[in-house]
Design a protein around this ligand. Structure first.
Ligand code: 8Z2
Ligand code: NDP
Length: 278
């Protein structure tokens, strides 16, 4: 995707992109790298990261890639220290790693719930705290962009991730206030349904339903999300903090992925009929 940004926008800066081995993370790493940033990426699968690092290097981007499960604090601490040693002090953190699986609220197992909450909420906090303490707060400079999801009207069909992402959205506001004194801005982006290696794992009929239920009648691209992240990571967004930016073709305002059955609901309690008489 051609960029609207100045070629040297991130020259001399170091950007960490979690989950940078694929999808939105790789598109973001590519965008920031092509705008001059040195890039650090992490993920759980080393092979995927190595392939992504090769792609980035071929584009002339200086890159450091290492395996790190963001749910494990020791792995996070080690990765964040390695970034400092290999590339220098990071001024940009994109918390993009995450994921979940479709489920109903009544059937999700305790382990399934925990896996998703740890991945999206705990992992994002561990990484943010670690990068802030080692890189951004001492340097008095930082931009954090949290990738969440369209949870504006709940997330029926994925209760675990809805709850975890709402937690990250609230955390975004808190950190924006606590860290304003350190010149660290914290924002979130909330993608609608974006075609990536991640959504390729979803049933095609669910994605088609999502497309139909999106006012703009299409799915987004990873490149589009990367451009929004680049803006929020740039100096142009210096006075922007604590805000969630939707990039979803209008889907947070209209259109549901959750079909409410047409069946007659159970009768209301008697008091409702009594009140209707008055
Ligand atoms: C509806 C509206 C759509 C709306 C239309 C579509 C909208 C899409 C919007 C969002 C799109 C994206 O985010 S796309 C990005 C998607 N990418 C990903 O999700 C990749 C990352 N995800 C993951 O790694 C996994 O999903 C996650 C659970 C988070 C972490 O996996 P782990 O390996 O740590 O966990 P495991 O040890 O395997 O499993 C722990 C428990 O979770 C359960 N579990 C794991 N995967 C499961 C699965 N697919 N189905 C059931 N249960 C699962 C296991 O059964 C275990 O519980 P027990 O069985 O009880 O032991
Ligand atoms: N595509 C979409 O429609 C939407 C996506 N999102 C969110 O955007 C982000 C990017 O998703 P997308 O690019 O679509 O999908 P991908 O599955 O391609 O990307 C997810 C990335 O996160 C990494 N990851 C997942 N869990 C961990 C972990 N515990 N530690 C480290 N890395 C991890 C994965 O790498 P690895 O497997 O190697 O660990 C992978 O590279 C995710 O948070 C996703 O939930 C939100 C709304 C919609």
């Amino acid at each position: 995707m051609p960029s609207i940004f100045r070629k040297d926008l991130f020259q001399g800066q170091v950007a960490i992109v979690t989950g940078g081995g694929s999808g939105i993370g790789l598109a973001t790493a590519t965008t920031l790298g092509e705008l001059g940033a040195k890039i650090a990426i992490c993920g759980r699968k080393k092979e995927k990261l190595d392939a992504a690092a090769e792609t980035l290097a071929k584009r002339g981007i200086e890159v450091f890639a290492d395996a790190c499960d963001i749910r494990e604090m020791e792995q996070v601490t080690a990765f964040v220290a390695a970034v400092k040693e290999k590339l220098g002090t990071a001024s940009v953190l994109v918390n993009n790693a995450g994921g979940q699986f479709p489920t109903t609220a009544e059937t999700v197992s305790a382990r399934g719930w925990e896996a998703v909450v740890r991945n999206n909420l705990n992992g994002t906090f561990f990484m943010t705290q670690s990068v802030a303490n080692l890189h951004m707060i001492p340097a008095k400079r930082g931009r954090v962009v949290n990738v969440i999801a369209n949870v504006a009207r709940g997330f029926p069909g994925m209760v675990h991730t809805g709850a975890a992402r709402a937690g990250v959205e609230n955390m975004t506001k808190t950190l924006a206030i606590e860290w304003a004194q350190y010149n660290v801005q914290v924002n979130a982006v909330a993608p609608g349904v974006i075609r990536t290696s991640g959504t390729d794992q979803y049933p095609p009929e669910l994605l088609e339903l999502s497309r139909e239920r999106t006012p703009m009648k299409r799915l987004g691209t990873a490149g589009e999300v990367a451009q929004l992240i680049a803006y929020l990571a740039s100096d142009a967004a210096f006075f922007v903090t604590g805000v969630t930016w939707y990039i979803d073709g209008g889907a947070h305002l209209w259109g549901d992925n959750w079909i409410i059955a047409d069946a007659e609901p159970p009768p209301p309690p008697a008091i409702v009929a009594e009140l209707a008489k008055e």
